[in-house]
Design a protein around this ligand. Structure first.
Ligand code: ZN
Length: 244
């Protein structure tokens, strides 16, 4: 149950996939918004406001919640845990990153194969005419009511999966296929509690792959994990690179 053991599993794995969640972005200054009492969203329940029905019925309320979040995420930088995964990919030791995060930090860190199963803030799309706009452009599209508006008059929605929306089918299929073919699934910064992503370690296990979990706090897969590291994600992944 150590970094050395994880290094050994990685060296012996032909196909390793990383599965990441909010915990890997916390060292970049992005609070896990599902955790209660995390600053900016203390006073609202994200499940109530970041919901597709709120966007459709009251885009002003939706954007009053989402705009500061959008702005806060835009200027964040990847941390050493993101960079460690990019480094593993560059060394040919990691095939892909499947992430629940919408913050684009894996790609900013240099990871090339990234499956964003909850979408990304990188673009926003007009609900009516479907035109997609890059993040910087969306930031300039707000009307006096604080709603991002397309030239056609439609409200622009960030291309992230809101509560009440399905996960993107293609990304999930890709994630399932990657996890089914992985010799090793390296879970980083995720409590593995939110379905359907929480079912992915089971896909790897059933196909005979191993499981490594690097995250603070318990997960439903702790008993099945071949390696379980509970320290800070940056320190653990730095140590892993050092042990390889
Ligand atoms: Zn439009």
């Amino acid at each position: 149950m150590s970094v050395e053991r994880l290094a050994e599993l990685l060296r012996n794995s032909n196909r390793t996939v990383a599965l990441t969640g909010a915990g890997i972005s916390v060292p970049s200054g992005i609070p896990d918004f599902r955790s209660p009492g995390t600053g900016l969203w203390e006073k609202v329940d994200p499940m109530e406001v970041a919901h597709i029905s709120v966007f459709l019925q009251d885009p002003q309320r939706f954007w009053s919640y989402y705009r500061p979040r959008f702005g806060m995420l835009a200027d964040k930088e990847p941390n050493l845990a993101h960079r460690a995964l990019a480094e593993l990919e560059a060394r040919g030791m990691l095939d892909a990153v499947v992430t629940q995060n919408i913050d684009t930090l894996h790609r900013k860190a240099g990871s090339r194969k990234v499956i964003e199963v909850h979408g990304t803030i990188e673009t926003g799309s007009c609900w009516d005419c479907k035109t997609a706009y890059p993040l910087a452009r969306v930031a300039e599209m707000f009307d006096d009511a604080g709603v991002a508006r397309c030239g056609c008059g439609g409200a622009v929605k960030p291309d992230v999966v809101l509560f009440g929306e399905m996960l993107p089918e293609q990304a999930m299929e890709e994630a399932y296929a990657l996890c089914a073919s992985a010799d090793l699934l390296l879970c980083v910064g995720t409590s593995l509690e939110v379905y359907p992503v929480a079912g992915l370690p089971e896909v790897t296990r059933r196909a005979g792959g191993r499981l490594a979990i690097v995250t603070m706090g318990p997960t439903p897969y702790d008993a099945e994990a071949d390696v379980r590291l509970e320290g800070d994600v940056v320190e653990e992944l730095e140590a892993l690179l050092g042990a390889l």
